[in-house]
Design a binder for this molecule. Sequence first.
Ligand SMILES: Nc1ncnc2c1ncn2[C@@H]1O[C@H](COP(=O)(O)OP(=O)(O)O)[C@@H](O)[C@H]1O
Ligand SMILES: [Mg+2]
Length: 252
Amino acid sequence: MADAEFVVVRDLRKVFNGHTAVDGVSFTIERGEIFGLLGPNGAGKTTTIRMMSTTLPISAGDVTVAGHSVRRKPAAVRRHIGVCPQELALYLELTALDNLVFFGRMRGLSRREAAAQAMENLELVGLTDRARQPVAKFSGGMKRRVNLAIALMNRPELLFLDEPTVGVDPQSRNHIFDTIEGLRDGGMTVLYTTHYMEEADRLCRRIAIMDGGRVIALDTPHNLKARYGDPERVTLEDVFLRLTGRRLRDAG
Ligand SMILES: Nc1ncnc2c1ncn2[C@@H]1O[C@H](COP(=O)(O)OP(=O)(O)O)[C@@H](O)[C@H]1O
Ligand SMILES: [Mg+2]
């Protein structure tokens, strides 16, 4: 398996009760890159991530992660991935540290390993001084950072981040960006979904723009913008508008 094909998504489809939510999506993710899925609400980003991460049955097509098929070897795929879901998945009454230790234990770490990694991860997301406070007391942005720290337990090679900055204050947002860039620099591969074009532009090496369950463009941010003029002046919002006739911020 070449690094250029660390993740391969081939003609992926999802039909919910006759409604096609993901309609033949294909792309590859190179090892070590941050790959973006950018699109308005309802585009099919979460459905794509849930199929890729083995949590939602695939209607047609397949995904391979490090050469393992999601359809045929989901347990092997799960060993390579961490998932930070769009909806927070935390125990509010537990401390940040205990949340991380719990999820680390679920993924097979010993108590000692889980505690050590939990403290490292809390440092990564800038919450060391809050480790022993119940998550219920945290701001929305701090809860999102705990959600991210949980996804990093057991050091996944491939991290799925589904809209990690929604409802987040600017300080937490910057922490999240710095954390993701640091992980990428350490060799982690990241699939990042967002409906914020500036985030995709800043973080992602390549972006698939999704709309109506399909990938309507896929390239580097620079190349996408250069299709329509001076890439220093064109924005990804302009690209979306040119491709669909709608504004990304209004679409959905
Ligand atoms: N569990 C489900 N049952 C039925 N329809 C769903 C379900 N999940 C998502 N959908 C529909 O699939 C489409 C894509 O949704 P989603 O993947 O959540 O988009 P995004 O994450 O890009 O906002 C939407 O029309 C949504 O209503
Ligand atoms: Mg979503």
